[in-house]
Ligand binder design. Structure first.
Ligand SMILES: [Zn+2]
Ligand SMILES: [Zn+2]
Length: 389
């Protein structure tokens, strides 16, 4: 089959690789019909995530048709059209029992590497480094899906790929970001980052009853989508002082909750040079390391700081004094996608939200290397790329 594979930082290549095979009874093989490039794929692409090796297949947002199932599967059947959740979860461990699927204790065969960096290992993730399990990703013609009964949702007839594809990650991730804010009527929610996850966090904040939603970014095309498609108010941080503007907009108190949908380009290595490289790279890029700090400072006292942007290691100058003295609540986590797929599919089916609004680019899998560049450089007003194998 063809697959988009890592070559070196800033470079992927579509190569012929062996087709995936059933390895465990609970596996399914999915013939991929749609797959997307995620902002978090750029952390891999840019070389900031340790344990990514040449030849690794990227992609954790995908869907398609089940073409083969292991003999231990009960729910998933050959011929089903399914969306696949990005965290791989067994469905039966302590964490899965609490619906904390992205913390599954059984799905990362390389847990020992993650334990060294984080104390405990999170769940395995498709196409997201050897530290996260070394699973082949979904920017390919086929993928092996472990624990297929737990990690897939069947798509009802009549719904298009583009309507449901983002149930694999960014819609649930944005939704969880908003849900963690425990939104009350009248709440004002400020969201840093108007990329795909930020846009879904904003839309979800409205779905959950927020009165005002404010999106913060510097890319005008993205701010425009936030205004026009999500009906958010926006702040361009290159033109306006974010703190002062937010205080003016909220009578001096600050937003009730703040969402960091930016994250930081991976500080997660044991090697200090990697950390330095990251810092250097980010300083050239923009103020990204400041997002979490800014969000904390802007949040009203007693409010919630919700973090769905990806962090993988240590961060500097964390304003713990502001958090502690002002009774802030920090909520975070890789999305427990399996928890949200069914209720969010229902919301899409009922027309409460149309997730296709952020798709700007559609291309063939063969164009993946070029699309990575377009997406990384935010060329051509790129927000979200969908690839068709
Ligand atoms: Zn993603
Ligand atoms: Zn589990």
């Amino acid at each position: 089959m063809r697959a988009n594979t890592f070559v070196s930082p800033g470079k992927t290549r579509v190569e012929r690789v062996p087709d995936p095979k059933i390895l465990n009874d609970q596996d399914a093989i999915v013939r991929i019909t749609s797959t997307a490039i995620c902002g978090s794929d750029l952390h891999l692409y840019n070389g900031f995530i340790p344990t990514v090796e040449p030849g690794d297949i990227f992609g954790h947002e995908f869907m398609g048709e089940v073409v083969e199932v292991g003999k231990g599967t009960r729910k998933v059947k050959k011929g089903d059209r399914v969306v696949v959740a990005f965290p791989i979860a067994c469905g039966s461990c302590y964490q899965c029992g609490r619906q904390m699927y992205s913390c599954c204790e059984n799905s990362n065969p390389n847990a020992w590497i993650a334990e060294k960096l984080m104390g405990h290992s999170p769940a395995g993730v498709f196409g997201y480094s050897h530290m996260m399990g070394g699973f082949a990703g979904g920017q390919a013609e086929y993928a092996r899906v472990p624990f297929a009964d737990v990690g897939t949702i069947k798509v009802p007839d009549g719904m298009t790929d583009e309507q449901v594809l983002f149930l694999s990650d960014i819609f649930p991730t944005g939704y969880m970001g908003a849900e963690m804010c425990d939104i009350k009527p009248g709440d004002v929610i400020a969201v840093w980052g108007c990329g795909p996850v930020g846009l879904f966090a904003m839309a979800s904040a409205y779905l959950l009853g927020a009165e005002r939603v404010i999106g913060i970014d510097r890319v005008e095309a993205r701010l425009r989508v936030a205004r026009e498609k999500v009906k958010a108010e926006t702040i361009n941080y290159e033109e306006h002082d974010v703190y002062r503007t937010l205080m003016e907009m909220t009578g001096g108190r600050g937003p009730d909750s703040v969402i960091d949908a930016v994250g930081m380009e991976a500080h997660g290595s044991t090697a200090m040079f990697l950390v330095d490289r990251v810092k250097q790279g980010l300083m050239l890029e923009n103020d990204r390391p400041n997002v979490l700090r800014d969000a904390i400072m802007c949040c009203r006292s007693g409010g919630t700081v919700s973090v769905v942007g990806v962090y993988s290691g240590l961060i500097d100058k964390f304003p713990m004094g502001s958090v502690m003295n002002r009774s802030l609540r920090i909520m975070t986590g890789q999305c427990h996608v399996q928890r949200y797929m069914k209720p969010l599919l229902e919301r899409i089916r009922k027309g409460e939200i149309d997730p296709t609004f952020l798709i700007t680019h559609r291309a063939n899998l063969d164009d993946a290397p070029a699309m990575y560049r377009t997406f990384r450089d935010k060329q051509d007003e790129c927000i979200k790329v969908v690839l068709k194998p």
